[in-house]
Ligand binder design. Structure first.
Ligand code: GLV
Ligand code: MN
Ligand code: MN
Ligand code: MN
Length: 428
């Protein structure tokens, strides 16, 4: 393996201390936190050191351009960027997340640029178009609640007013946070010109489940790399239970309208109901009691529900069922309940032609690389509605993600860069 591909390991090592979270473990890098901003600066610096031309667009997406040399352009610089090949990922994380979800795709993209620049310098690469590396903000939705917010804004698949009004836990709106980062909220929103610059988008990502770590796949010679086939349809809902806030010591058990009890029953129902559908995943990962005191019966409890299934009708039916049970749980506790859909994305089938091209290229590095579906959402899934997109996954031997145990072996990361560089070269 070449020196240049192994840059991915030094790139990942260089950011290993940024945004560590001693309380939760792992990393907490919400969008525009000091940690995520450090990573954005790191990215820009790394891009500059490779001679890439960087910019931030109106939605806070970072772009780093490896343009065609002036002598090889038949049009203006801007016109030559139409229909470019784009790769990249995100730098934000979930609370207490792993090191690889997002940053691996960005570091691998930079290392793939190294490989391709070396091939071009050696006369072994004759490309017809520019390559850009893109970094999307708020992929996880861990600050403003809607995942892939940057790519949704770019693609125009979220109403702008809704996006601008989203609030973080401190009550700061997306519009306010964006303004504080130098973006103009009046210009946030669908960006057809920027979208037209993406001819195809390829995202490399750590595999987030047991897709490449079954016993068979951990045996010698097993593939460390896969190509994406589909993304499960998924959505997020908030259920708010309203009750009577009261004193923990003076309120008799028979006198309570405790929304925490209704929420707790709902959590159990979510698991029970989801288990009836073999392919369903339903999660309550966040519950917020208001006001949240040990000796206070809550007046309200917000509970966030994440549901995923390959068939969008099944997702809808499951959420409907959960909501019916939640209302029943509220009623029997003398509470009321309210349901808000925060986001919903249908199942994505990646572009078959691009998947075939990626598979052919990736198999030069990993001959048995399979096509894999995933239950994780990605910017590539959002962009798939507008442009051909595809994904390359790198083995995660822990099988754990969105947690500190998420892992990628250095050798596998280097293989991933080779696979990505070959895939990009075929498309350039
Ligand atoms: C984001 O990574 C998600 O799949 O929720
Ligand atoms: Mn990710
Ligand atoms: Mn993630
Ligand atoms: Mn994701």
């Amino acid at each position: 393996m070449t020196e240049t591909a192994s840059a991915v390991t030094s790139l990942m090592a260089a950011i290993a201390d940024v945004g560590t979270d001693p309380r939760r473990g792992g990393y907490s890098r919400p969008v525009w936190s000091p940690a995520e901003k450090d990573l954005r600066s790191w990215f820009l610096q790394e891009a500059h050191s490779r001679g890439l031309d960087t910019e931030e667009d109106r939605n806070g997406i970072l772009w780093a351009w490896w343009d065609l040399p002036a002598g090889r352009r038949v049009t203006s610089l801007e016109a030559s960027r139409q229909g470019a090949l784009v790769t990249g990922s995100h730098l934000d994380s979930v609370p207490g997340g792993g090191a690889y979800d997002g940053p691996l795709g960005v570091a691998s993209a930079l290392a793939a640029v190294d490989v391709l620049q070396a091939r071009e310098a050696a006369g072994a690469l004759d490309r017809r178009r520019p390559l850009a590396v893109a970094v999307f903000p708020e992929e996880e939705g861990s600050r403003f609640g809607v995942a892939c917010l940057g790519s949704r804004l770019l693609a125009g698949t979220i109403p702008v007013e809704r996006a601008l009004g989203l609030r973080d836990a401190a009550g700061i709106t997306f519009a306010e946070a964006a303004r504080a980062e130098g973006l103009d909220p009046a210009h946030i929103g669908p960006d057809p010109a920027a979208l037209a610059r993406i001819g195809q988008f390829v995202e490399l990502h750590v595999e987030q489940g047991r897709g490449l770590n079954t016993d068979e796949h951990l045996s010698a010679g097993a593939p460390a790399i896969a190509v994406g086939s589909t993304i499960l349809g998924h959505g997020r809902w908030r259920i708010s239970f309203h009750g009577q806030g009261n004193h923990a010591g003076t309120t008799l058990m028979s006198d309570r309208c405790d929304p925490m009890v209704a929420a707790a029953e709902t959590v159990i129902d979510v698991r029970r109901l989801a288990r009836v559908q073999p392919e369903a995943r339903a999660t309550v990962g966040r519950v917020e009691p208001v006001p949240g005191g040990t000796n206070v019966i809550a007046s309200r409890v917000d509970l966030w529900l994440d549901v995923r299934h390959p068939e969008d009708e099944v997702t809808a039916a499951l959420v409907e069922d959960i909501w019916r049970h939640a209302q029943q749980a509220a009623l029997s506790e003398g509470c009321t309940a309210e349901l808000t859909e925060e986001s919903l994305s249908g199942t994505v089938h990646f572009d078959p032609q691009l998947a075939a091209s990626l598979t052919e290229a990736v198999r030069r590095t990993a001959p048995a690389a399979p096509l894999l579906p995933t239950g994780a959402g990605h910017d590539a899934g959002v962009l798939a509605a507008k442009v051909p997109t595809g994904m390359i996954y790198v083995r995660n031997p822990s099988g754990v993600s969105h947690a500190p145990e998420e892992h990628v072996e250095d050798d596998d990361a280097v293989l991933g860069v080779h696979a990505l560089a070959d895939a990009l070269e075929d498309l350039l």
